[in-house]
Ligand binder design. Structure first.
Ligand SMILES: NC(=O)c1ccc[n+]([C@@H]2O[C@H](COP(=O)([O-])OP(=O)(O)OC[C@H]3O[C@@H](n4cnc5c(N)ncnc54)[C@H](OP(=O)(O)O)[C@@H]3O)[C@@H](O)[C@H]2O)c1
Length: 246
């Protein structure tokens, strides 16, 4: 029975308004955590808060805005004085066109949302994670960033996920001697709006759901989790090691 294993813990989830982040927020609350749910859509966050009740604090936050993230960090410090679990999940896909045709603004939005925002979270919440007796940082990545053969017309997204992998692994190295554990998670194809925009011809009912994934990654949020700097691959249900040139 794991339902209260995060009792008394405070967890922050980005992109909690829908899709995978929404499912992770519900699951964290089910495990006893207080969930700080971030996204830009106030209405969808309010729906989540109605489902969870008092264990959810919805906060409207545009992760691209340095001020928004700093304000959330100050609020978390003042109101809870702790952060035990950080889930960097929010991302955008960007237009499905070749790199040569991508507009500068689209390139910037994808890289800023998918990479810089997660650095911004580390920058603003590192002190709280280190102060926790078992700080856990989990970043939701994609296989798109580490394929042997990169897919055409999804360049900014794939590049952003490759950079996110390096960001998380660097943070894992930097926190290795602390109580903080840092993991990457690859959901594989799941039934969400982002997936529908990436694969419009696919039947969504053939895909697994965000809640299937969310329940699986709860183990990584627990104080008992020991691994750091590795990737959990949901399609294969196993941890992957990174390999590179000698
Ligand atoms: N679904 C899949 O098949 C799949 C596969 C591989 C990896 N992933 C990864 O899984 C994660 C979640 O994807 P998803 O499928 O759940 O996507 P989704 O349904 O499109 O949800 C994306 C979430 O990100 C939030 N978001 C986007 N830009 C934001 C910003 N500037 N500030 C704050 N929040 C922002 C959105 O909220 P607002 O719009 O309300 O701000 C939304 O809650 C992503 O990292 C994605 O790359 C998904």
């Amino acid at each position: 029975m794991t339902a209260v294993l995060l009792d008394g813990k405070v967890a922050l989830v980005t992109g909690a308004s829908r899709g995978i982040g929404h499912a992770i927020a519900l699951e964290l609350a089910r495990h006893g955590a207080h969930v700080i749910a971030l996204a830009r859509s106030a209405e969808l966050l309010a729906d989540l808060a109605n489902k969870i009740g008092t264990a959810c604090s919805p906060l409207v936050c545009d992760l691209i805005s340095q001020d928004d993230v700093e304000n959330v960090s100050k609020l978390v410090q003042q109101r809870w004085g702790r952060l035990d679990v950080l889930i960097g999940n929010a991302a955008v896909m960007g237009p499905r066109i070749p790199l040569s045709e991508l507009r500068e603004s689209d390139w910037s939005t994808v890289l800023d949302t998918n990479v810089s925002s997660n650095w911004r979270l580390i920058h603003n919440f590192d002190h709280l994670l280190r102060a926790s007796e078992a700080g856990r940082a989990i970043f939701v990545t994609s296989g798109a960033g580490s394929r042997a053969q990169m897919a055409p017309a999804r360049g900014a997204y794939a590049i952003s996920k490759a950079a996110l992998d390096a960001l998380a692994r660097t943070y894992a190295s930097e926190t290795a001697s602390s109580n903080v554990r840092v993991m990457l998670c690859n959901p594989g194809p799941l039934r969400t709006g982002l997936r529908a925009s990436a694969a419009p011809d696919e039947d969504p009912m053939t895909l697994r759901t965000p809640s299937d994934f969310a329940s699986k990654i709860m183990a990584l949020c627990l104080p008992s989790w020991r691994e750091t700097g590795r990737m959990y691959d949901f399609p294969q249900d196993r941890l992957l090691d990174f390999t590179g040139p000698a």
